[in-house]
Design a protein around this ligand. Sequence first.
Ligand SMILES: CC(C)(COP(=O)(O)OP(=O)(O)OC[C@H]1O[C@@H](n2cnc3c(N)ncnc32)[C@H](O)[C@@H]1OP(=O)(O)O)[C@@H](O)C(=O)NCCC(=O)NCCS
Length: 175
Amino acid sequence: MEKIIIGKEGGVILRELMDSDLEQLATYANNEKVSINLRDGFPKPYTIENAKSFKKMIDSQNPKTFFAIEYKNHYVGNISLSQGSDVYRKSAEIGYFVGEPFWNKGIATKAVNRITEWGFNHLDIVRIYTGVFEFNQASQRVLLKCGFIQEAVFKKSICKNNKIFNEIRFAKIKA
Ligand SMILES: CC(C)(COP(=O)(O)OP(=O)(O)OC[C@H]1O[C@@H](n2cnc3c(N)ncnc32)[C@H](O)[C@@H]1OP(=O)(O)O)[C@@H](O)C(=O)NCCC(=O)NCCS
């Protein structure tokens, strides 16, 4: 299949998710250190069937805003923009994960920079935002490195594994 590449930086490519990625997706996603940082809608355990359903969902998207992250020719994770509706239609929520074997190599930072640039240029949006659980220092660092601003702390808004946490909200505005 032809790769639709939306960004390339330092060995990091954002492209369409392919069938050949699904086994790795299920392996990297089936990790408590990943799922602890994500909403409960992220399957746990994460099976190959979950990976197939996810691909089916994103294949039906138009425009496509969910991408695979490739690093040095290996599939390593996913990144997405989810555009809002109604009065929130000019905003998009960013989401991402990188497989644990590839952490701390600057991959998420490059991927967030690329999808942000692509989103502002190709989607009719003026704002990209997300909420990070308070204990997720790595993701907060990524967003700050990518020029996102901490806008607010939503106190005690998260219930994860039956414990209550703050959510730190970040956003980047189109220049
Ligand atoms: C968050 C995540 C995407 C980061 O991916 P990554 O490719 O390792 O990120 P990068 O290498 O670009 O940057 C990580 C930064 O966090 C820092 N970091 C990592 N762990 C840290 C910790 N425990 N405390 C403080 N900083 C930390 C790294 O040092 C690096 O910063 P630096 O470049 O200033 O040294 C990855 O850890 C992940 O997928 N986590 C699980 C899913 C998730 O959290 N998704 C985001 C939900 S909001």
